[in-house]
Design a protein around this ligand. Structure first.
Ligand code: F6P
Length: 343
């Protein structure tokens, strides 16, 4: 068995745990693993490194990915898909394990269904917005980083009697904002799933101040929907290979509106890529390891076109075709529970 492994899309805490587990499990079965560098770019260019348990043993605590990543989409140019297919044969791969979000996994799905390549997917994203899996690794680390950041920002908010607006990542899903907002006792959260009522938010912030809480914490998703506004705040009109715009900047808009409407001094912090950096939490290391072991076992058993997933406490596999079909929005029940604290 010669397996390839690659990481695509945004880096995410826990990727190295998956790589380590894949390499170890394939090795235990007498096989070998090649690492394809920088996502699908490495697959198109045949840019690989040999991996073994010695190289990967000490990487579980490292953030990012030792293989590098990119948002390369081989389907942007059909010639690249041909090149990738040729490289696959040249390298003599029996299986390719792609670790990524919906874009990376979408490519794995098409390579399997349209080219018959033996691909397997492992879901990853800090955004936690992939359907077919209960949780994605990276999310836990991310919400811990955001929670700690808000805890620290509260110090200044309280001392200066200010409102702090914290902008979080998550694209079009509010998981990060909602979970970190609950964990850090935010006064209000704004997520993409529900159009935010800024009037109600400002009234609440004023009410809090009048009833003895002289500061406020607002956590806002980069993709939040704001009432009466022109929709998403986009940082850059340019789109990546998969057609995504760069979000960001909504925090500034929200901060300005709060200051104007309440007269309370308001500051904005955009956490950005800090949310994806640094060592993975123990939870993400364990989840990444379990997914990696099961992905490698699928390869060993010759079960392709599938994605490993967490269901309850079990690791299962689902068809890639069904796994990448829809985005998983924040569950409204959780938002409703959080709402007890935002009134
Ligand atoms: O999907 C993960 C994510 O971190 C999103 O939350 C965010 O919008 C995006 O990636 C940022 O991507 P980049 O690293 O390309 O700026």
């Amino acid at each position: 068995m010669k397996a390839g492994v690659l990481t695509g899309g945004g880096d995410c805490p826990g990727l190295n745990a998956v790589i380590r587990a894949v390499v170890r499990t394939i090795h235990n079965a007498g096989g070998e693993t090649l690492g394809l560098l920088e996502g699908w770019r490495g697959a198109v260019e045949g840019n690989v490194i040999e991996l073994n348990p010695e190289i990967t043993d000490g990487i579980i605590d490292r953030g990012g990915t030792i293989l590098g990543s990119s948002r390369t989409n081989p389907y942007k140019d059909p010639a690249d898909v041909d090149r990738l297919t040729d490289q696959f044969q040249k390298l003599g791969l029996d299986a390719l394990i792609a670790i990524g979000g919906d874009d990376t996994l979408g490519v794995a799905r098409r390579l399997y269904s349209e080219r018959g390549l033996p691909t397997i997917g492992v879901p990853k994203t800090i955004d936690n917005d992939l359907s077919s899996t209960d949780v994605t690794f990276g999310f836990d680390t991310c919400i811990n980083i955001v929670t700690e950041a808000v805890d620290r920002l509260r110090t200044t908010a309280e001392s200066h009697r200010r409102i702090m607006v914290i902008e979080t990542m998550g694209r079009h899903a509010g998981w990060i904002t909602c979970f970190a907002g609950i964990a850090s006792a935010a006064d209000y959260i704004l997520v993409p799933e529900i159009e935010a009522d800024l009037e109600a938010m400002c009234e609440l912030l004023l009410k809090r101040r009048a009833t003895g809480k002289p500061y406020g914490i607002v956590v806002v998703s980069e993709g939040a929907q704001i009432s009466g506004d022109a929709g998403l705040v986009i940082q850059d009109e340019e789109v990546d290979d998969f057609g995504h715009v760069k979000l960001g900047g909504i925090g500034d808009l929200v901060g300005k509106i709060i200051e104007e409407r309440t007269g309370i001094e308001t500051r904005v912090v955009t956490l950005g890529h800090l949310q994806r950096g640094g060592p993975p939490s123990a939870y993400d290391r364990v989840l990444g390891t379990r997914l990696g072991v099961h992905a490698a076992r699928l390869a060993i058993d010759g079960k392709f076109g599938r994605m490993v997933a967490l269901r309850g406490t079990n690791i299962v596999s689902v068809a890639l075709a069904e796994a990448v079909d829809t985005m998983r929005a924040l569950e409204l029940d959780i938002l409703d529970e959080a709402g007890e604290f935002f009134q």
